[in-house]
Design a binder for this molecule. Structure first.
Ligand SMILES: [Fe+2]
Length: 163
């Protein structure tokens, strides 16, 4: 996140926000999902209905907000880092990409290395590939695709001028 932010020339203040998003987004990832209170999620109206394995993002955003963080774009970035959301801004998009392309995770290693190499300059193209891979995976597993994810796909495709 920091390297991408620097290479995009984001302001020092925003770079601090990007680093904070990267630091906190997975803070609750290893907490047993049964321990995450399904009501203690951000924003309450949508995330409450999510599969438990995805709750660590909105649960973390909920805690940050309760601790006084009122940066809506940062809270959104943290909450939607695994699902995507049509209202994610550039910071949220790169957090979404950083989460999927994390070199510390091991799946689709060659594909993910090639996608990382195209960032940050081919942001929308890489986003379409990553969202596509995630949706494809969910469809193959015959599981639900959240409306936030589909909305994210539609928005990115529109931004890319692909439809
Ligand atoms: Fe995560």
């Amino acid at each position: 996140m920091e390297t991408w932010g620097r290479s995009l020339g984001v302001s020092p203040r925003d770079l601090t926000r990007w680093k904070a998003a990267a630091t906190y987004h997975d803070a609750l990832r290893d907490v047993d999902s049964a321990e995450l209170d399904a009501g203690a999620v951000f924003p309450e109206a949508t995330a409450r209905a999510w599969p438990r394995r995805l709750l660590h993002g909105p649960a973390c955003a909920f805690r940050l907000r309760n601790d006084g963080v009122d940066d809506r774009s940062l809270l959104h970035a943290v909450a939607y880092h695994t699902t995507g959301h049509p209202e994610l801004d550039e910071m949220g998009e790169f957090l979404y990409l950083a989460d999927f392309l994390d070199p510390g995770r091991h799946f689709l290693d060659d594909d993910r290395t090639r996608l990382r190499e195209r960032l940050p300059r081919e942001r929308l193209e890489v986003l379409m590939e990553v969202i596509g891979l995630r949706i494809e995976h969910l469809v193959r597993r015959r599981t639900t695709v959240l409306v936030e994810t589909l909305g994210f796909w539609n928005r990115v495709v529109r931004d890319a001028g692909a439809s």
